[in-house]
Write a protein that binds this ligand. Sequence first.
Ligand code: MN
Ligand code: MN
Length: 299
Amino acid sequence: MDDAVYENYKRAGKIAADARDFGVSLLKPGMQLLDVATTIETRIIKNGAGLAFPVNIALNTLAAHYSPRHDDSLVFQKGDVVKLDVGAHIDGYIADTAITIELETHRYDDMIRASDEALTKVIEVLSTHLPLHEAGKTIENTITSHGYKPIENLMGHGLKRYQLHSGISIPNVAALGNKNTLKEEDVVAIEPFATNGTGHVISGEGSNIYLCKDSMKAKFIRDNKTKALFTKIKNHFGTLPFAQRWYHDLFPKDEIVMKKLLFLGVMKHYPQLVEAKGGIVTQREHTVIVREDGCEVIT
Ligand code: MN
Ligand code: MN
């Protein structure tokens, strides 16, 4: 990694961390999810970074993947367990970070502590020498020691330029890891999830988060209007996920074309990820650069 790339990661990390902490200060009963998401995104852009993905706000039994629609009317309630997940990039170099806040009540303090501590512990032991099953074991043991379950089918992930999921996965349980280790200068997001439910998530309704697929099918879009719009969307959002809100701002009258692109399979609409037995979910996430003798947290 040359110095310029490293500096980009450091800046992206700083801006993402600032956005996360600023976001926490906005989380109050009565606030709209939509206002919180757009206020945080505005701050990231103002600080000179790009949006690596839409601000995600997942409440209670929802583990991940929700961003408000342009006309969203959801409001935070006292007692909500809020996962706030934000991403910033500088020239494509991404930092991804998340935190859980319970609004004005303290029923889930220990579950929040469980995912916090799991992240802290795995960061303490992570280096180029740590087999991935050991990373999973550290997370799993920490969460189960608090009496909760890790969510097994959500994982940390490698980051590459303009790529939110590079192909590397960091498991949250020992059984899904192997003897492989990470390489020096791998950039990875680690994200333990804890729950009092069954320990895995299932797909729910749409998240309002989309992605242009890198698909051969794009060649076969027949009508010119759809083809032209797809090219515009692809040029604008590239390989990163985008919000329905952002799409709506750019192409307010083209909801039908969007539906067509989803139907044709050239666009993906992520589903919400819901705890399978309706358990409450907590999450904590940092992005780190892996080193021979440890790792460097950039968020
Ligand atoms: Mn994240
Ligand atoms: Mn992530």
